[in-house]
Ligand binder design. Structure first.
Ligand code: PLP
Length: 458
């Protein structure tokens, strides 16, 4: 018989479950399985916390997006934005689905190459590419988008050194009414910087014109912004053709489609997110209105494709009452592995069935820091140490932004289409943390020996 826990009675106001004028908060439900695999089994086999990715869901999302875009514009390619989730298994699934690899650093570039992706299948973006990274990308024929004039200068030099005329596109900064505007990236269209960059490429004789790239922001809830963006880029392509007699090799509208997640300030879970078809229709309509040459279209949407494929399983460490009587839980996963909980109200469901009394609960992570709060307020039943929680969706940015702060990173598992869980990243060990460290010889002596040598021992 399980041990009974005594809870000192407390009187607290319990507003949980009440309606307000926009309805009942849809927070409370249990989830005992991920892709039909029991949560208890996953935690027993692979430990807790545990990232779990659904291959079935991921492939379905990619295919849905690809079909939605190609239905109206067959010359479309998806580009997998590595930073969103660069676990090898996830990137390999995207490559199998025919996506190009979109990278923004030498590290991501190397990761794609290590996975066997050809240079010509890599889109290299980013504001701070180094000389060596650019030299390799030029030699390997990567699709380059320059962010600023300094980069154009470096690529010109690399071309001269390698005896080639590199093809280079530019990132264009476009105002399509999305705020804050990400104008720190690329060449602004309105002030003529973008045309000046094209002029330098086309007339300079040391470069050839590649594509026009833009990325207007992230979690953009207004799908019509992509129609305006595509229209602006197509208009700019026409202006380039008129002035220089050349066309860009492609247009790349970047990413930024919202995922089925819930912003902290949002009331109903996921309710604001447009379906991916709506973004696709906006882009396609702009291309359909355009009368110039057919230009290949690249789309780098990240979070919208992967977010709801990712789940984090966690375990309750302790249940306690705060000074004012509110219920609090300490769980084994905090902001160290849930960085995204800063701006999302992540879904959090008990793995066991929810019945009976629920109460307002604050959920804290395991870090010895007051900021480590996963949910400030959520209606939860009376959970106890050892109970599992299912946190969702966490497929986008959550793993790549996780940190080894106080604790090591947990394992990652992929549930294959067959329904079998496969380990895709083992839990980290202390060696993964200290491996790169170098302890100078003079600091190697044990602390006790050191203090006695310096005469400090008592
Ligand atoms: C250039 C570029 N492309 C694509 C993405 C993916 O964005 P999202 O995950 O919002 O779709 C990003 C993310 O910041 C980016 O910087």
């Amino acid at each position: 018989m399980p041990e009974k826990v005594y809870d000192r009675p407390t009187i607290v106001k319990n507003p949980v479950g009440l309606m307000n004028k926009v309805g009942r908060r849809g927070d409370l439900s249990s989830r005992a399985e991920v892709d039909a695999v029991p949560v208890d089994r996953l935690c027993a086999e692979f430990g807790s916390p545990l990232f779990v990715f659904s291959e079935r869901r991921l492939r379905a999302r990619v295919r849905e997006a690809r079909a939605a875009l190609r239905r109206g514009y067959p010359e479309t390619r998806l580009c997998w934005s590595y930073k969103t989730n660069y676990l090898d298994a996830i990137c390999a699934i995207f490559a199998q689905e025919g996506s190009l690899s979109e990278v923004v650093s030498g590290m991501e570039y190397d990761k794609a190459r290590r996975l066997g992706v050809e240079g010509s299948q890599i889109v290299f973006n980013g504001p701070a590419k180094t000389y060596d990274e650019l030299a390799r990308a030029v030699a390997e024929g990567a699709i380059l988008h320059a962010d600023h004039t300094e980069e154009l200068r470096v690529i010109e030099r690399i071309g001269a050194e390698q005896g080639v005329v590199p093809r280079v596109g530019i990132r264009v900064g476009v105002d399509v009414g999305i705020h804050p505007r990400w104008d720190r990236f690329g060449f602004a269209l309105e002030n003529g910087d973008a045309m000046d960059a094209v002029r330098r490429i086309v007339r300079g004789g040391r470069l050839r014109l590649g594509g026009l790239h833009a990325h207007i922001g992230t979690f953009v809830l207004d799908a019509s912004a992509y129609g305006r963006l595509a229209t602006e880029l197509l208009g700019f392509a026409d202006a380039i053709a008129a002035e220089h007699g050349v066309s860009p090799t492609h247009l790349d509208v970047g990413g930024g489609f919202a995922s089925n997640n819930t912003l902290r300030e949002q009331y109903h879970a996921g309710a604001l997110t447009p379906p991916i078809t709506e973004y696709a229709e906006e882009i396609i309509a702009a291309f359909a209105r355009h009368t110039g040459p057919t230009l290949p279209l690249l789309v780098e949407t990240g979070r919208a494709l992967v977010d709801d494929s990712g789940t984090l399983l966690a375990t309750v460490v302790a249940s306690k009452r705060l000074a004012d009587g509110r219920r609090a839980l300490v769980i084994d996963a905090g902001v160290n592995v849930l960085f995204t909980s800063w701006w999302y109200r992540l879904g959090l469901s008990p793995a066991s069935s929810v019945d009976g009394f629920v109460q307002d609960t604050t959920v804290y992570g395991p870090l010895c820091m007051n900021i480590d709060c996963v949910r400030e307020s959520i209606a939860l039943p009376d959970l106890r140490a050892g109970d599992h929680l299912v946190i969702h969706p966490v497929g986008a940015y959550t793993f790549t932004q996780s940190m080894q702060f106080i604790k090591l990173r947990p394992a990652c598992v992929l549930i294959a289409e067959t329904g079998e869980p496969e380990l895709i990243r083992r839990a980290e060990t202390l060696e993964d943390l200290v491996g790169p460290e170098v302890l100078p010889e003079r600091l190697r002596a044990p602390a006790a020996a050191r203090s006695s040598r310096s005469g400090e021992s008592s």
